[in-house]
Design a protein around this ligand. Structure first.
Ligand code: NAD
Length: 352
């Protein structure tokens, strides 16, 4: 019998196609009138769509969201927020824009409405990672959790296939690590398995036809479910490694998740046979780590750290950093073990 403690993180979720049109109603429901609209580079089309819907409710706009939520960017956005006397945050974009919204909510207590355009899942977690002087520091608080999420599949139709693949695998990683988490429980098990099978089915369809609305809907629902897992249970070695590689070596978030996942799974497989069996079943493959590797390779996604520009000489330091502090993981984490894992990931060797 397993023992667990389960805490849910409440958010109001609106899901569908064309749901952007319900945004005004959501802001009115919150009793707010002065929106600060947040977005990032490449997202001008999305913020234009939101302005069209919100009209005079938009008091100001900030378009400078950046990866890993640098505090200087948050301070610039905070000045815009104060100047406009904004009383509500609306963020359209990926995890970077959501991160900015969370950082502003933490400092001001303003309500947040998030419209995700990737599969990162940050919109349903009470977690924020901020970067100050090159150091990424993560914290969790109910004050960070967005109150409302509007998922509109239409906002994801233009996400380029390579980004869709890496972002989809980022979601897959949340679900995989939830299954072998020390906090795993029947709710997250169900969410994780549903997310894994939707991702496995949707990614090949989406790569064949990026405008396939049903495949996009499957992936977006999977992103929500996997993000909910990330919010609810502790993650293990895979997330720790990606955090180290992103924070200390500047590697890009979703791409790093995509390269590391099969290797972190292969490392943990001997200590989590039941989770691996269920992942393989959900993906319809004989072996979970090799199946994830093959899925990524078949979609043209990155399969090695070398491709991401990491130097081989940096692997030992990355292993040392990742093994430095103890954290829950099904298999014991040693610097030597991690160095082997990273070496396989650097070369892109298919897990046996
Ligand atoms: P991102 O938000 O940086 O977006 C990646 C790129 O895609 C950007 O250039 C963006 O402008 C572009 N883009 C986004 N949506 C698009 C669309 N529909 N069409 C065209 N271009 C689009 O990347 P991400 O992977 O979504 O998020 C990464 C960030 O989120 C990292 O900082 C990571 O740490 C954070 N994150 C946090 C959590 C959490 O729970 N706190 C969870 C996941 C990710």
């Amino acid at each position: 019998m397993r023992t667990f403690v389960y805490t849910s993180h409440p958010s109001r979720v609106i899901f569908g196609s064309g749901t952007v049109d319900r945004l005004r109603e959501e802001i009115e429901r919150l009793g707010r009138h002065r929106v600060l609209l947040l977005s990032g580079p490449d997202l001008a089309w999305a913020s234009a769509r939101i302005r069209e819907t919100l009209g005079d409710l938009v008091a100001a706009e900030f378009t400078g969201a950046a990866m890993h939520t640098p505090v200087e960017v948050t301070e610039r956005a905070l000045a815009v927020l104060r100047e406009a006397s904004a009383d509500c945050l609306v963020a359209v974009g990926g995890g970077s824009t959501t991160g900015l919204s969370k950082a502003l909510a933490l400092r001001t207590g303003l309500p947040q409405v998030i419209l995700p355009t990737t599969y990162a899942g940050s919109e349903v977690t009470p977690v924020l990672g901020e970067t100050r002087d090159g150091q990424k520091v993560t914290q969790a608080s109910p004050a960070i959790l967005p109150g409302t999420v509007v998922y509109d599949v239409d906002l994801t139709l233009g996400l380029p296939v390579p980004l869709s693949v890496t972002s989809g695998v980022n979601a897959l990683a949340h679900a995989v690590e939830a299954l072998y988490s020390a906090d795993a429980n029947p709710v997250t098990d169900g969410q994780a398995l549903e997310a894994i099978s939707r991702i496995g089915r949707a990614l090949p369809r989406l790569a064949a036809d990026p405008a396939d609305r049903d495949a996009r809907a499957d992936l977006l629902q999977a992103a929500w479910l996997a993000g909910t897992c990330l919010a609810t249970v502790g993650m293990g070695l895979h997330h720790k490694l990606c955090h180290t590689l992103g924070g200390s070596f500047g590697l890009p978030h979703a791409q790093t998740h995509t390269v590391i996942l099969p290797y972190a799974m292969a490392y943990n497989a001997p200590a989590a046979p039941d989770a691996m069996r269920r992942i393989a079943e959900a993906l319809g493959v004989p072996d979970a780590p090799a199946g994830v590797h093959d899925l990524v390779a078949s979609l043209g996604g990155p399969t090695s750290l070398r491709e991401l520009g990491m130097a081989e000489s940096e692997l030992a330091r990355a292993a040392e950093l990742a093994a430095a502090t103890p954290y829950p993981n099904p298999r014991e984490v040693t610097a030597e073990g991690i160095e082997g894992l990273l070496s396989d990931a650097w070369h892109g060797r298919r897990p046996a």
